[in-house]
Write a protein that binds this ligand. Structure first.
Ligand SMILES: Nc1ncnc2c1ncn2[C@@H]1O[C@H](COP(=O)(O)OP(=O)(O)OP(=O)(O)O)[C@@H](O)[C@H]1O
Ligand SMILES: [Mg+2]
Length: 324
């Protein structure tokens, strides 16, 4: 099924009554169909060593469409976790745009690429606003081409991070390029951001479809953003869930919606996360609620977290696709 066929279903239908409201933000897991492939076994098979146990929760902020708010959500969610006492690392997996750095007022001199070339990881990590940021790689970096020695150096460098952090928040690039999908797929949990803007749902569907077919994704959280009326969040979630229910076997969990908040743009311009710029702004409060909700949700039993494991999954998946 081509996503263009979904256009009539996924275009805005403001006047259509939704039959099954899932009450975004109130209900928890909504089981939707069966997966074609088991996500765990697909990814377990991708590693060549046993998975190291880690309690790091790796959360990727994803969604096919550009401009839905992935980067501001990743930045502010990371700050929300830090406020809750979690040692938090934000990984910028969209270096092409380097949005996360700009949003946090940073100008990093190094990235994961330098770590591969031998720069100590502590010279690459940047601390700001109570969190650490690890600038990663841009979407077109040929991950599949790096040699065994470089890989080893990278994994050794990131090994120490699992003891130093509790939460890893990954900001991904728009679109469904290989690296983007692989970064998202390597996380233990995925948030797909949707907005009332036209095509947002069709792009979210394409993103879920790519993750389902390419890496056997079986579950995702859905976060409605830039919401102007409280009921719009539920409606957007329901429209996406009804199509995903029909065509993909993915369990979707609604997260509490984030309102459209003009202070978001102001905080971006200042290079300060909204949670710091105005802790009481409506979107700040909503993002804290999202963090609380994710924390309250059961962690997927079959998905170990961990920074090292996360990167290894990303690399192994890319290598497999390249026939390596
Ligand atoms: N809740 C919100 N209220 C108001 N504006 C918002 C909200 N969320 C995001 N924005 C604005 O939307 C724009 C895009 O946000 P952001 O850069 O985070 O999107 P993105 O999904 O990361 O984009 P890209 O796909 O290009 O990386 C920014 O100008 C940001 O200030
Ligand atoms: Mg972004």
């Amino acid at each position: 099924m081509k996503s263009s066929n979904l256009a009539p279903i996924l275009q805005p239908r403001w006047n259509t009554k939704i039959v099954a409201s899932k009450n975004a933000g109130k209900s928890d897991i909504i089981p939707i169909g069966r997966a074609r492939k088991d996500q765990a076994s697909t990814l377990r098979g991708a590693g060549n060593e046993p998975a190291p146990a880690s309690s790091v929760r790796a959360i990727a902020v994803s969604g096919g469409k550009g401009g839905t708010g992935k980067s501001v959500i990743a930045a502010n969610l990371a700050v929300a976790y830090a406020e809750r006492g979690s040692r938090t690392l934000a990984l910028d997996a969209d270096l092409g745009m380097a949005d996360l750095n700009l949003l946090l007022g940073l100008a990093p001199g190094h990235s994961l690429l330098d770590v591969m070339e031998g720069t100590p990881i502590d010279q690459v990590l940047i601390e700001a606003h109570g969190i650490h940021v690890l600038p990663a790689l841009n979407g077109s970096f040929p991950l599949a081409n790096i040699n065994e020695e470089t890989r080893h150096r990278l994994f050794e460098a990131v090994d120490t991070l699992d003891d130093r952090f509790d939460t890893l928040v990954i900001d991904t690039a728009p679109g469904i390029a290989d690296n983007t999908v692989n970064f998202a797929a390597a996380a233990s949990e995925i948030i797909v951001v949707i907005t009332p803007e036209s095509l947002s749902l069709a792009d979210a569907y394409s993103c879920l479809k790519a993750l389902h077919h390419r890496v056997g994704l079986t579950r995702a959280m859905v976060l409605p953003n830039k919401i102007r009326r409280p009921s719009d969040g539920d409606e957007l979630f329901d429209r996406l869930a009804s199509v995903v229910n029909r065509f993909l076997g993915i369990s979707l969990t609604p997260l509490p919606p984030i309102p459209f908040d003009p202070q978001m743009a102001e905080s971006n311009e200042e290079g300060v996360p909204l949670l710091v710029y105005n802790p009481d702004a409506p979107a700040s409060r909503a993002i804290r609620q999202v963090a609380r909700r994710i924390e309250a949700l059961a962690r997927p039993e079959d998905r170990q977290g961990g920074v090292r494991l996360f990167l290894r999954r990303t690399f192994d998946k890319t290598e497999k696709e390249a026939g390596g």
